[in-house]
Each structure stands twice: as structure tokens, then as C-alpha cells.
Design a protein. Structure first.
Length: 61
């Protein structure tokens, strides 16, 4: 069975994108959040992809 990317319902701060991505990649969600913050601080390059993912990625069933 193939892995599917979902927004997390349990490990969420805003939309669950970082929690879902962390589950998909098999890493800690704090690491994903820190990387997102670093991208956002580096010219805001992480904010638009995050918002797009929040709209496109489905919620966990």
C-alpha cells in the first residue's frame, strides 16, 4: 500500500500541514516546523507554499 500525504488531525498548530508532512516523511514535526520558519524568515519563501499545501492537501480520514 502506498503512503498518502494528509494534513494531520492530531499534530496540528494551524492547518496540520507540518504534522502531516512529518508523518509522511517519518521525521519529528518540530523539525519540519523549524525548517518552515527558517524558510519564512529567508525572504518569505515558505509562506506561499504552506498556504497552497493547506488548501490542496486533504484532511486525514
Amino acid at each position: 500500500m502506498a503512503k498518502k500525504l494528509y494534513k494531520s488531525r492530531t499534530d496540528r498548530q494551524l492547518f496540520g500541514v507540518c504534522g502531516g508532512l512529518a508523518e509522511y516523511l517519518g521525521v519529528d514535526s518540530t523539525l519540519v516546523r523549524v525548517i518552515l520558519v527558517l524558510f519564512c524568515l529567508a525572504g518569505g519563501s515558505g509562506l506561499i507554499p504552506y498556504l497552497i499545501c493547506a488548501l490542496i492537501i486533504p484532511n486525514e480520514p
